[in-house]
Design a protein around this ligand. Structure first.
Ligand code: HEM
Length: 126
């Protein structure tokens, strides 16, 4: 059906769980991104990104229930995000999304959103 959410169309929570887990496996060994994350455990960051993306694409509102309004620009303000960090983030996410082999048009829709979001969270020109 035309108005089924992307969340449902791509397979729901399990699909988002795999994408975000794969993304953080890349972050864990990325020398640009890893130092930005507070603490030893990337688990909490993984949970928040998974909840956020599930909610954004029409799934359950777990993110809002646990974290409130996203305010993503404000929440990223403590981290310097210039072109290098943005590109590193997108490189990790590209691997995660590609491995999922989502059908079109969902793959392109998801990817265009992630690119736009990563550009919009830049807060430094260098
Ligand atoms: C939180 C880095 C882009 C969604 C964070 C955190 C870092 C980070 C270091 C803190 C993790 C924590 O609280 O444990 C970056 C960098 C990006 C980027 C370097 C490069 C552009 C994005 C994008 C999205 C996103 C594009 C969404 C599509 C989130 C969410 C949180 C978060 C939902 C948790 C916010 C909360 O506290 O509730 N990010 N991020 N980030 N990021 Fe990003």
């Amino acid at each position: 059906p035309q108005n089924r959410s992307l969340y449902e169309a791509v397979g729901g929570e399990e699909t988002f769980r795999r994408i975000v887990a794969r993304f953080y496996a890349e972050v864990a060994r990325d020398e640009v991104l890893r130092p930005l994350y507070p603490g030893e455990d990337l688990g909490p960051a993984e949970d928040k990104l998974r909840w956020f993306l599930m909610q954004y694409w029409g799934g359950p509102h777990t993110y809002g229930e646990r974290r409130g309004h996203p305010r993503l620009r404000m929440r990223h303000a403590p981290f310097k995000i210039g072109p290098i960090e943005r590109d590193a983030w997108l490189r990790c996410m590209r691997i995660a999304v590609d491995e999922e082999r989502l059908p079109e048009p969902y793959r392109t829709q998801l990817w265009q959103y992630l690119e736009m979001a990563a550009h919009s969270l830049m807060n430094s020109l260098e």
